[in-house]
Structures are given as C-alpha cells and as structure tokens.
Design a binder for this molecule. Structure first.
Ligand SMILES: [Zn+2]
Ligand SMILES: [Zn+2]
Length: 146
C-alpha cells in the first residue's frame, strides 16, 4: 500500500520510481551542492536503496572525494541532458539520494531539515519549525525516529 512517486531528467531519457516516504528529506546549503547543481541549495531525499527503481535510460557516474573528509560521493546524471538525478554517499550506507527537484510532483514530500546553513545564501530564510544544522547531520537521528 506504499505510495509510489516518479520523476526524471529534463530531456526525458531517464525515469525513476520510488516507493514510500523518504528516510530523510533535506535542503543542503553546502558549497559543494551549490556548485554541483549551480544553485543556492540542493533538495535531497534519501530512500532505502531497495525502494528506488530506475525504469528507463542510463546514468553516467562521477565519483567525488571530499577535500575535508576524504569520503566519496557518487553522483549520477543523464548523459544526454546532464541533469543530476541521484547520488550515493559513503556517509549514508544503504541509502540512495534522489535530487528531489526532479520529481514530477516536487511537493509530495516534506523538507524536514536544512543542513550547512553556515554557507547558505544570506537571502534564504529557513521556515520556522524546521530543523537547522550549521554543518551536516549524518549523525543525527532520521526524522522518523524523532
Ligand atoms: Zn536527460
Ligand atoms: Zn550539500
């Protein structure tokens, strides 16, 4: 009975489907996300890897190693249009992130926390009642257990 949601890249070559709610959904204001997506902050929804299915198209992969931690992050994107759709990160084993702006309905999930707010753009206002972290929150409990 779990909900199913779909999304894809701008050219339509790559499509995915997720089952159920995200384990955690966040806005990330780190400089890395700002640069990799060319925007003010990333919308990232992590799911159990088994609840994500790529139903159409191929993805290219770029492996990035953090200067600070040395940990890897594997970004995957449509080879045709370059839209980044997903990544996996060493810090979140068993989970896969969806670039949440790529959902067909980008409002179906709730952003529960804002990370790396120390490097957010000064004009971005965090909504009241949403958790804020100056840096990452990988060690913080998942939203469901709060
Ligand atoms: Zn594409
Ligand atoms: Zn980030």
């Amino acid at each position: 009975m779990s909900e199913v949601h779909e999304g894809g890249c701008v050219c339509g070559a790559v499509r995915y489907r997720v089952r159920g709610q995200p384990v955690v959904a966040m806005a990330c204001h780190c400089r890395f996300c700002q640069q990799r997506l060319g925007t003010a902050f990333a919308l990232v929804a992590y799911f159990d890897e088994k609840n994500i299915e790529f139903i159409q198209g191929q993805l290219n992969l770029y492996e990035h190693h953090s200067d600070e931690s040395g940990r890897w992050l594997k970004m995957q994107f449509c080879p045709r249009c370059g839209t980044t759709l997903t990544h996996i990160a060493e810090v979140r084993p068993g989970l896969r992130a969806i670039a949440a702006g790529t959902f067909d309905d980008p409002d179906w999930f709730k952003i529960e926390r804002h990370l790396w707010v120390r490097s957010k753009r000064p004009w971005v206002q965090i909504p009241a009642g949403v958790a804020e972290f100056p840096q990452g929150s990988a060690g913080a409990p998942a939203a469901k257990s709060q």
